[in-house]
Design a protein around this ligand. Sequence first.
Ligand SMILES: Nc1nc2c([nH]c(=O)n2[C@@H]2O[C@H](COP(=O)(O)OP(=O)(O)OP(=O)(O)O)[C@@H](O)[C@H]2O)c(=O)[nH]1
Length: 144
Amino acid sequence: MEDFPTWIPVVALALRDARARVLLQQRLPHKHHAGLWEFPGGKLESAENPRFALVREIAEELGIRIETTKLSPLFLADEASHESGYAGVVLLLYTCREWGGDITGLDGQQWGWFTLDEAAGLPLAPMDRDLLSRLKILDAIAGQ
Ligand SMILES: Nc1nc2c([nH]c(=O)n2[C@@H]2O[C@H](COP(=O)(O)OP(=O)(O)OP(=O)(O)O)[C@@H](O)[C@H]2O)c(=O)[nH]1
């Protein structure tokens, strides 16, 4: 068995407002992929349940409350590599339309509501362009 992590689980949220816009935030200058726009979220802490990890990350980053039972799992995304033992990110994207409290960029990050077309025009974190295109297909199927 491997005694080092071969993948990094990350949870992220496609929060939707009443106009079906999605909330994206900009990665901070000192972080990996600085300046790129992403869905809010982050890495799971050891043995953490993904839904609870997302509730924690969203409270830490945006100061709002979401409920584990109001989250719907959407898609996963990952990074392909030929390298055996490659420790790539595996991102689990959830969606939610309800939250409590006022949204604040608690880490000092920029954030905003974007239509999916507006979001596609932003410099995005790796994997996010693909996730946004799949979200667009899902919206089209749902007739939004
Ligand atoms: N949160 C988030 N991370 C993403 C997205 N897309 C994407 O490629 N990533 C990548 O997944 C990783 C997530 O790490 P993170 O830095 O957000 O997690 P964290 O807040 O727990 O990190 P830290 O412990 O380094 O502060 C980063 O490499 C980030 O670039 C996304 O939409 N949301």
